[in-house]
Design a protein around this ligand. Sequence first.
Ligand code: MTE
Ligand code: MO
Length: 157
Amino acid sequence: MKKIMPILVLIGFLLMFIWPKEDISINILKGDNEEVVSKDFIYDHPDTTSFPAVVRSSGKKPVTTEYKGIEMSKLFSSLNIDFSNIKKLTITASDGYRIVLKKEEIDEINNVYLTFERDGEYMKSKKQGGNGPFQLIIRNDPFSQRWIKHVDKIILE
Ligand SMILES: Nc1nc2c(c(=O)[nH]1)N[C@H]1C(S)=C(S)[C@@H](COP(=O)(O)O)O[C@H]1N2
Ligand SMILES: [Mo]
């Protein structure tokens, strides 16, 4: 046992470098253009804000939590994505869930947010048992059926 310990430590150390890391990013598609937005761009964005929201998870009591994220319209503007001439947005999640938003919904102030932090902690991926890494929150939809967990793609049409 004593002999293999250093070997196990060495293997663990090497694994830290070669283990595939989860690539955390969001794809934004408009026409032929595809923009891959990294997690750091969103995490460090100057326009992020926090707000309270009531979470209604099936089988659980509603709880008030604090989310941190960026308003969708501000995210698009900062990426120079023109959304003035679109009709709808399709938001897809890594588990196949998807919803369609009307353009008017993202024009509403303080309504549609791409969030990444809940109660001060980065949201974990589905694989790690979380709602993240990104969750779309529609504040004007208090029943949260359209709050997409694990957002991976935003399609503007
Ligand atoms: N990616 C993804 N987002 C989703 C869902 C889902 O199955 N997948 N379910 C929706 C529904 S029906 C509800 S009520 C809320 C809360 O779901 P939860 O109870 O599984 O947390 O998330 C919504 N967003
Ligand atoms: Mo639901």
